[in-house]
Ligand binder design. Structure first.
Ligand code: V4E
Length: 231
């Protein structure tokens, strides 16, 4: 399914106090600040996240991040500076992907209810039905304040840099390039590394917001993900 969805190649970095000054110096342009609440969902036994699938609702919009055809083995991926995920945004495709992952799937809401029952449901309660049916529960919720920059590095499509501040007290930067699936992943990673170099970033690995959230507030879930080399 969805073989032509864009793949997000990204590298996270530590934000020092002068990061905005450095971004401006290299010609990055601030395209604005926004705030959003994320809720992440999984089964009780972490079926999705243990396979590196991340189902999230951000300000009413669903998204499923799926591991993109990885260049490396899971153990090596955990060590790599860049990550790459295929993003599925369409709810019907998200459901199809999830049903493909979950064993003994009880079937779609549409298969369980007849059409008049379906019509009685408004879209909100339909959504809740779908989550209940698949036994998906929210395991993480946080709000991010994000300042976004774009950089024209002379290549096709821009490099994007996000500076994130999560409401549980954690800051992280992210350099990101979108590649159409089957596109040049190596070149995307080179562009990211080049941008990191221009910003004078050290090559150290940094934890993402989810990593820190789970480590702090969901230690059992966190331990299982580390064990499975997902985090
Ligand atoms: C933990 C995780 C995912 C969920 C969070 O994705 P992330 O890109 O960190 O969130 P955010 O808020 O920046 O989303 P955006 O606005 O960019 O869409 S998706 C994949 N993972 C696993 C993971 C990993 N193993 N290693 C690193 C460095 N990041 C993420």
């Amino acid at each position: 399914t969805c073989c032509k969805m864009p793949v997000e190649v990204e590298r996270k970095f530590v934000c020092d106090s002068d990061i905005q000054g450095k971004l401006k110096k290299i010609g990055a342009v601030c395209i604005g600040q926004c705030q959003f609440k994320d809720q992440y969902f999984d089964l009780e036994d972490f079926t999705l996240t243990l396979r590196d699938f991340w189902l999230r609702k951000r300000e009413g919009h669903w998204e499923l991040k799926c591991p993109a055809s990885s260049l490396t083995e899971p153990e090596q991926r955990a060590e790599a500076m860049c990550t790459n995920y295929r993003e599925v945004m369409d709810l019907a495709h998200i459901k199809a992907e999830i049903m493909g992952i979950i064993e003994n799937c009880p079937g779609a809401v549409e298969d369980i209810l007849d059409s008049s029952q379906m019509n009685q449901l408004n879209s909100d309660s339909k959504e809740e039905m779908w989550l209940k049916e698949l036994k998906l529960q929210c395991f993480a919720e946080y709000t991010t304040t994000r300042c976004s920059y774009v950089l024209d590095d002379g290549e096709e499509g821009r490099v994007r840099v996000d500076l994130d501040q999560a409401d549980f007290g954690y800051c992280v930067g992210e350099i990101e390039v979108l590649v159409s699936e089957g596109g040049n992943m190596q070149s995307a990673m080179q562009r990211i590394e080049m941008t990191a170099e221009k910003l004078g970033l050290a090559g150290e690995k940094i934890q993402g917001k989810m990593h820190v959230f789970l480590q702090r507030y969901r230690p059992d879930h966190y331990a299982q993900l580390v064990c499975a080399h997902v985090l």
